[in-house]
Ligand binder design. Structure first.
Ligand SMILES: NC(=O)c1ccc[n+]([C@@H]2O[C@H](COP(=O)([O-])OP(=O)(O)OC[C@H]3O[C@@H](n4cnc5c(N)ncnc54)[C@H](O)[C@@H]3O)[C@@H](O)[C@H]2O)c1
Length: 337
């Protein structure tokens, strides 16, 4: 159930003007981030079309007023139908799971590379003003130099990471060869209401919340001192709107979108405990093989070029997420009764 947890991200009048009355396409808009983006765009006066095959997303995620075309980005005619008359395209659809990409590399490349190529080609042919791409911090792999900067060499540890880096290169190519304005936003660990507990990203947050809400002991894999740059979904929406409305001539620039500060899993659990209003003693288990120990974004480039700054503290973001998690859980129970 979409409870409208994401409030309209703050934009100034000139930025908001870019969206008033303009049509926007969100590929993968029925998913976690895409559905928050739909809310943010609608709140700023845009009309929103979503192209989503519902392989991972849900129709119920979509805010009222969104039109859904239920199809894959690999379907050129559906893609063109959805994109006709659009000013901006926010390309979020992807194979999002790292383990699935390891199991199915061919499908991952088809979806994330050829799918992105199709989105770019249609955007250029249909006269879209700018394409925003959901890139990923997975591009940094095990880069030990922190915080991660966009100038660091990519180090893909999975087919997923390799396809996201390739997507960025395709965006740059479409800007240089075909004059299409494009921007890649490398999302760090995004969390917030409506995140699928099965998601490969920040699943730790929904997993913790699920255990805490049931009164069970949450389990930390490892010592809990590993860090991530946990970023509230509303800040990601704002980054997308800033990128789309920027008056700068953007040609495939890559921007880290995080908070610029790292939190341990123990910090996360403490913030969830505060939101739940009780003390929580976690259990500990063996760390998962292949997990990066530390991750943190340098967001100087996004600050400077896009005027992006994160606005939600970990405590505030987790409190909003926990509240919405409880509401959704009670909705699910009522549905079952
Ligand atoms: N959540 C994060 O922390 C994070 C971090 C880095 C990058 N990303 C990227 O952000 C984007 C959105 O991620 P999310 O967390 O909202 O995931 P999500 O799974 O909630 O959303 C992805 C959406 O894409 C749709 N989709 C999948 N294949 C499709 C296809 N062939 N055609 C049309 N739609 C299709 C799914 O049904 C789903 O609604 C993805 O590109 C992901 O790789 C997310």
């Amino acid at each position: 159930m979409n409870n409208g947890d994401t409030h309209s991200p703050v934009l100034d009048a000139q930025q908001a003007e870019a969206f008033a009355g303009s049509k926007c396409l969100i590929t993968g808009g029925a998913g976690f981030i895409g559905s928050h983006l739909a809310e943010g765009l609608l709140a700023n006066g845009a009309s929103v079309v979503v192209l989503d095959d519902l392989s991972g997303g849900h129709r119920e995620n979509l805010p009222k007023g969104t039109s859904l075309i239920e199809a894959s980005i690999l379907d050129d005619s559906a893609l063109r139908e959805a994109m006709a008359g659009c000013r901006f395209v926010f390309h979020q659809a992807a194979m999002v799971s790292v383990p699935e990409s390891v199991d199915k590399p061919r499908e991952c490349v088809e979806m994330n590379v050829d799918g992105t190529r199709r989105v770019l080609q249609a955007s250029q042919e249909l006269g879209v003003k700018r394409v925003m791409f959901a890139a990923s911090a997975a591009a940094y792999g095990g880069d030990p130099t922190l915080p991660s900067r966009e100038t660091h060499a990519p180090d893909p540890w999975s087919p997923y990471a390799a396809t996201k880096i390739t997507g960025e290169l395709l965006l740059r190519t479409w800007s240089m060869c075909y004059g299409l304005s494009t921007v890649s936003l490398r999302y760090f660990n995004i969390y917030g209401p409506r995140q699928d507990p099965k998601s490969a990203y920040a699943a730790v947050i929904t997993a913790f919340m699920d255990r805490v809400a049931r009164g069970d002991v949450p389990t930390i894999l490892g010592d809990g001192l590993q860090t991530r740059d946990f970023t509230f979904v509303r800040d990601v929406v704002r980054a997308n709107l800033l990128a789309a409305s920027s008056p700068k001539d953007l040609k495939g620039e890559v921007f880290n979108i995080g908070t610029g500060s790292a939190s341990t899993l123990l910090d996360v659990l403490a913030a969830i405990a505060a939101a739940a209003g009780r003390e929580i003693e976690p259990g500990f288990a063996e760390p998962r093989a292949g997990d990066v120990r530390h991750s943190c974004a340098d967001i100087a480039r996004a600050r400077e070029v896009l005027d992006y700054q994160p606005m939600t503290s970990l405590e505030a973001g987790l409190a909003m997420t926990y509240e919405s998690f409880l509401r959704d859980a009670s909705g699910r129970q009522e549905g079952v009764a």
